[in-house]
Design a protein around this ligand. Structure first.
Ligand code: SF4
Length: 376
């Protein structure tokens, strides 16, 4: 492949993987297995010869169909994913893996099993802490998943294949961490939404394509100095599933930079690395439990300490906490997190919205009122 030379062209190459995700996935011969949580061990699916891709919920044309099955008091990410399943958007997929990341995704698994024919649903228990016992239990769950994949695809998922898959996924993490490093040092080269779209591109599961295009993007940015100009107000986004270009645009139109997204479409996806020298299944289990800092973690202080580290590393000025309606886990955490942020004098704005179709007009005013006075 000829490497693009400009940052824009290289970036577009990466973002095309997200934009064209359905067509690209449908065009590959390998089996495809979806997932709805970044706690899903992609390495194991890759080692079994499958392509692990994330369901984004953005192609659901009829969420009402999903409401018929689940009811209206579900978060709109879950409803949209079920809507996609019902509409056959992922007709190319063999199965979807559901890890027990929250109650709503557990209900999604149960419903998917009954309502989406031709696409199996597999469930993996996910402990909500990272004790030695939990790691050992989770490793057992992963071995069960491996056996299921071996039966399904008639191949042995051996140590060598697992090590190779770990190396490919670690390479993805390393490349994304390199891109993100610039945000710690100065003004981001990418907009907040571009950064989110880069993560989404990584979750298409086309790892080698992604790694190649990301390496080209890093090459293109290598000689680029941090953006000049007055330092801008630095914002971190956190909370529920977040893919809201309109909100990011409003934040950045005020003159602020989104320097860090502590979400599954942000740093949570690519933090850390799997120890390549450990026994592969144990190493995968350790990694996913240790990096688990979402609202579903039983000890909120683990999540909070992780947030404080990000606030320090990215020199964050303000936090925007976004919760999808009915996202109990994030809504439940918010009062405690708000109190702790305020003790540290970190301003925080709470926004509640929908996955597709948040009312941006009212949110725009609130964001402007929150951010603009802080610039002076
Ligand atoms: S947005 Fe909240 S309720 Fe919905 S899937 Fe994520 S954690 Fe679960």
């Amino acid at each position: 492949m000829t490497r693009p030379v400009s940052i824009d062209a290289a970036l577009q190459d990466v973002l095309d993987l997200d934009r064209d995700r359905l067509a690209l996935l449908a065009a590959t011969d390998q089996p495809k297995v979806g997932y709805v949580s970044i706690q899903t061990p992609e390495e194991i699916l890759l080692a079994a010869g499958a392509i692990p891709f994330r369901l984004t919920g953005e192609f659901s044309a009829d969420p009402d169909g999903a409401i018929t099955y689940l009811g209206g008091n579900y978060c709109s990410y879950v409803l949209s994913c079920l809507g996609e399943g019902l509409a056959g958007v992922y007709g190319f997929a063999d199965a979807v893996v559901f890890v027990d990341a929250c109650d709503m995704r557990k209900r999604l698994w149960e419903t998917w099993a009954r309502a989406v024919p031709g696409c199996e649903s597999w469930f993996v228990e996910l402990p909500s802490d990272a004790s030695p016992l939990s790691k050992s239990f989770f490793a057992g769950q992963l071995r069960k998943l491996i056996r299921r994949l071996e039966q399904r695809y008639g191949r042995v998922v051996g140590e060598e294949a697992l090590r190779e898959a770990i190396a490919r996924c670690n390479r993805t993490r390393e490349l994304m961490q390199q891109l993100q490093d610039g945000n710690r040092r100065g003004r981001p080269l990418l907009t907040g939404q571009q950064s989110i779209a880069v993560v989404k591109a990584a979750t298409t599961g086309l790892k080698d394509e992604f790694n190649g295009r990301m390496a080209a993007l890093l090459d293109a940015t290598a000689s680029h100095e941090p953006l000049a100009g007055r330092q801008r107000h630095r914002v971190m986004i956190c909370g529920s599933y977040f893919d809201q270009p309109a909100i990011v645009e409003v934040i950045e139109a005020t003159g602020a930079d989104v320097v860090c997204s502590d979400i599954s479409n942000g740093v949570k996806y690519f933090e850390g690395r799997i120890d390549p020298d450990n026994e592969p299944v144990a190493a995968i289990a350790d990694y996913y439990l240790e990096k688990h800092t979402s609202a579903r973690r039983i000890d909120t202080d683990v999540r909070l300490r992780h947030m404080f580290d990000l606030l320090r590393d990215y020199r964050v000025d303000s936090v925007i906490y976004f919760a999808l309606k009915f996202c109990d886990t994030n809504l439940h955490d918010y009062p405690y997190i708000k109190e702790k942020l305020r003790e540290r004098k970190v301003p925080v704005l709470f926004i509640e919205g929908e996955h597709n179709g948040t009312n941006i007009a009212s949110i725009k005013t609130r964001i402007e009122t929150f951010l603009e006075p802080r610039f002076f």
